[in-house]
Design a protein. Structure first.
Length: 146
């Protein structure tokens, strides 16, 4: 199972990078792409801590670095909400996400539909993966104090 997770994770990361490149935005890492899409979600500013929470990332400096690279590329802007740093997608960043979505629909989702997967099975698989994520998080906490 863990080997299959590793293969799926690597394939997903490779897909994200190539999909984004096909959409016209090369040179973004998987984390940068995930951060961009997270910031674009619901098109409202996100706090750095919230981005980390949503993506289940402990190392905030990696997300902060991704934000800096996205800002340099003109895809996000930084702001403040009280004392906390916020990140908001720019018009270019929103267009990048929309272009990614279009490529994803054309190249990935159409081929997945051809597999005629049961949507309920896919939903159950997603729930199982979220549950596994929680189990790995708990085991990591236990390992820290072992």
């Amino acid at each position: 199972m863990e080997f299959a997770l590793t293969l799926a994770n690597n394939a997903f990361h490779r897909w994200m990078v190539r999909c984004m490149a096909t959409a016209g935005y090369a040179d973004l890492s998987p984390l940068e792409i995930l951060v961009l899409h997270t910031v674009f979600h619901r098109e409202k500013p996100k706090k750095l801590a919230d981005i980390c929470l949503v993506l289940n990332i402990e190392d905030t400096h990696t997300v902060n670095y991704a934000v800096r690279k996205l800002k340099t590329a003109g895809l996000v802007n930084e702001g403040r909400q009280g004392k906390e740093k916020t990140v908001q997608v720019t018009d270019l960043g929103a267009q990048a996400c929309k272009d990614y979505r279009e490529v994803r629909e054309r190249l990935l989702l159409r081929s997945l539909k051809a597999l005629e997967l049961d949507p309920k099975q896919v939903s159950r698989l997603a729930a199982l993966m979220r549950s596994l994520s929680g189990q790995y998080d708990q085991a990591a906490r236990a390992a820290t104090t072992y």
